[in-house]
Structures are given as C-alpha cells and as structure tokens.
Design a protein around this ligand. Structure first.
Ligand code: PMP
Length: 390
C-alpha cells in the first residue's frame, strides 16, 4: 500500500547533524557519563504547586471533554497576559488553547497556507520548522540570516523571497541563536509583510527569557494585529514541556476556523492541564522569573568563561536558553567539532547545521545543566577548542 507523498516526504533531507545527538544518547545508555548540552529541556521539573493545581482539578472532576477552543478562564488569562505585554486589545475571541506550541505552529500554518503555497521561515531555525510547513502542504522556503548580522533577518533578504509567498514564520527570542530581534528588525519585517500581503506567524515561546534588550511582539506594530498569529507556550515559561499546553493569539476570524480545525484534530486540551496552566499564569511574573533565573545565571557564567579568549567566538546571548558559538577557528565544521568534543571530552552539543545552513561552523550549547557542571563543561569546551586551534 502506498502512503501519502506528504507524510513520506515530511522530513525532507533536513536531518543533518542529529547523528551527534543520537550518538550521545547511545553513550549514555552504555553507561558513559556525558554532559548533555543538546536539548532545550529544563533541568528542573514542573513546580509542585502547579502539579497540585492539576491534581485538585482532576480529582474535582475536570477529566471529561474540555471546551475545544479552551476553557474560558484560561483564554481570558492568556488574552490579559498578551494585552498587558503588547498593549494590543485582546479578548478571548483572539485566543485558541492548543496542546503546546508545536501544535500551534502546525495549526497556524494550516490556517493561512493552501497546498503549494510558499511559506517562508528564517534559517537558522528551530528544528521542526521545515517539516511543520511541509506537513500542511506548503513549500517550506528558508531565508538566510547571517552571523555577520547577529543572525537577525534582513528585510531586503525576506523581500527577495516574498513575492507570491503566503506567510513568514519568525522566532524571537530565537532558538537556536539566542538573539532577540531589535525593534528595527521587526519594523523591517512588518514592512515586508504589509507590502507583500504576507501573514506573519510569530513564535514567541521564549518571551519570558530575555537577558539583554527587550522583547517586542510584532503583533503590536501598526496594522500588524490583523495579519499576525502569535504562537505561545508554557513549556519554557513554566517548565511545563510534558503538559503540552500553549496557544495561538490571532484575529477572531482565524480563531473561529482554527477552533473548527481543533475539533477535527486534537479535540482540545485536557481540562486538568488547562486548570493547572491557569493557576500557573495567575502566579504572574514572579514565577516566570524564578523559572528563567537558572538560565540568566548560566549565561553570566558563560560570558565569564568566553570573554578574554577569541578561539570560540560568541554572539551576545540575549535571550532563550542557548548559546551559539562560532568554532571556525578550530579549522573544523560545527559537526566535526561536536563529534570530537563528544569523543574526547564527553560533552554533547548540537552542531549548528542541524538548525540550517546559516549556522554551519557553529555549535549550539543548551544551558540546561546545573551551574557548576555547566561552567566546567564550558571551560573544557574552550580548552579543547584552543588545543585544536593550536
Ligand atoms: N518553538 C520553538 C522556537 C521551540 O524551541 C519549541 C520547543 N523547543 C517550540 C516552539 C515548541 O514547544 P512546545 O511544543 O513544547 O510548546
């Protein structure tokens, strides 16, 4: 029997660099102690108070089908949070609760792209982007952002691909680069979207992790609310990766249709998860700051280790839980360096090219292990690179 073309070609040829991750997993399974700086998973678990709220809700009977667009109180809390942060009037009719940001990315593209439409995204990119766009039948088209521009996408480069395209996906604070897009960059992006009638899908799942600069949601720029779908998630902000809870904030008409799509795909998000998410949002910025704090500390540690040497160059780590390091001076590709580091130092990182060609010659380091271990790992990484560079 023949499976669909769409599903059998989902991954395309974009699986470069993941061999390293798999190799580190095999070493760990074989009992070799590897320091894992690969995946964007917190080293803390969901806060016990959030779990208590989940437990209470489930025991209280919220275990049946929950309202598909999301329970009203949670939609209200998300609308209020987004309005507070952006100044854009936002009601529950602008909010769909989704099982995580990933589902929100898929559904958003489903809402704006027809089969064969061109969907733009910025390279370097979060690993799932190309296949997510292909999954809705769109032609996933990368637009390169360059290290020389701090990996901020340039409006002219987007404009070159924008003619006839349907949508543009951006992500700030950015995974994998740790860059927070400047106001000027976002204004340039908004101009291109308006001039070319593009939908903008704005992935803001790291909006609570800002170390430098400020996070600006492009939905707040003039005339952008009507063409922007914001993807949000509680995975990173509340260490709730396994709860699968996120949202889309978009024009009312889009939410109406997205709600129909949810009815025919996920049938919503479990009620006790939504109640736990509501409790978490009600704790406000203090809880978000507590969850972001370890990354802020480790970023300081990293800056101390990386400053005062120039073999491993680093971008200003402005946000999110990652560092993007340039290892060209070792004479190796990011992938070669990653393998050598794993073999010799038992430290696992992601090669830049697993996030697109623009990040080749780089490695991504996730700041997801305890401070002391993290500092030592970085020192060893720098020492190893210096040895290679001679
Ligand atoms: N967007 C970005 C940029 C991410 O890094 C991730 C997760 N690593 C997601 C979306 C999806 O997150 P989730 O589905 O857990 O909300």
């Amino acid at each position: 029997m023949q499976l669909s073309n769409r599903i059998t070609t989902l991954l395309g040829d974009g699986h470069d660099g993941w061999g390293l991750y798999l190799k580190s997993r095999e070493m760990i399974d074989a009992g070799i102690p590897v320091i894992e700086l690969t995946i964007g998973e917190h080293d803390i678990r969901t806060h016990p108070d959030i779990l208590n709220a989940m437990h209470k809700s489930a025991l209280g009977g919220h275990t049946g089908y929950a309202a598909v667009p999301g329970v009203t109180a949670l939609r209200q809390a998300v609308a209020a949070r987004v309005q507070d942060r952006t100044g854009v009037p936002t009601t529950i009719d602008n909010v769909l609760i989704t099982p995580g940001g990933q589902s929100a990315l898929f559904s958003s593209h489903h809402a704006v792209c027809d089969e064969g439409d061109t969907a733009l995204f910025i390279d370097p990119y979060y690993a799932t982007y190309p296949a997510t766009l292909r999954a809705v039948g769109a032609i996933a088209t990368p637009v390169a952002a360059h290290a020389r521009d701090n990996f901020e996408p340039q409006a002219e480069a987007i404009a070159k691909h924008a003619k006839g395209a349907k949508s543009l996906l951006i992500n700030t604070p950015n995974n994998p680069t740790g860059v927070v897009y400047s106001r000027a960059t976002l204004k340039g992006i908004a101009d291109v979207c308006r001039e070319n009638d593009l939908w903008l899908i704005s992935d803001e799942v790291y909006d609570t992790q800002i170390w430098q600069g400020e996070h600006l949601s492009p939905r707040a720029l003039p005339d952008m609310a009507q063409r922007t779908l914001v993807v949000g998630s509680m995975s990173k902000s509340h260490a709730m990766t396994g709860s699968r809870i996120g949202w889309i904030v978009a024009p009312e008409e889009a939410i109406e249709h997205l709600s129909n799509l949810a009815t025919h795909t996920t049938y919503g998000v479990p009620g006790y998860i939504q109640d736990a998410a509501l409790f978490a949002l009600e704790q406000g910025p203090p809880l978000e700051a507590e969850i972001a704090a370890p990354f802020a500390r480790r970023r300081e540690i990293a800056m101390r280790v990386l400053d005062g040497q120039n073999v491993v160059k680093h971008l200003p780590a402005m946000g999110a839980m990652y560092l993007m390091l340039d290892v060209h001076a070792t004479g190796m590709s990011g992938e070669e360096f990653g393998h050598a580091l794993l073999d010799n130092e038992h430290i696992a990182v992601m090669p830049g090219n697993s996030f697109g060609q623009s990040a080749a010659g780089h490695i991504r380091v996730a700041m997801t292990v305890e401070d002391g271990v993290f500092g030592q790992a970085l020192e060893r990484l720098v020492g190893f690179a210096k040895g290679l560079a001679g």
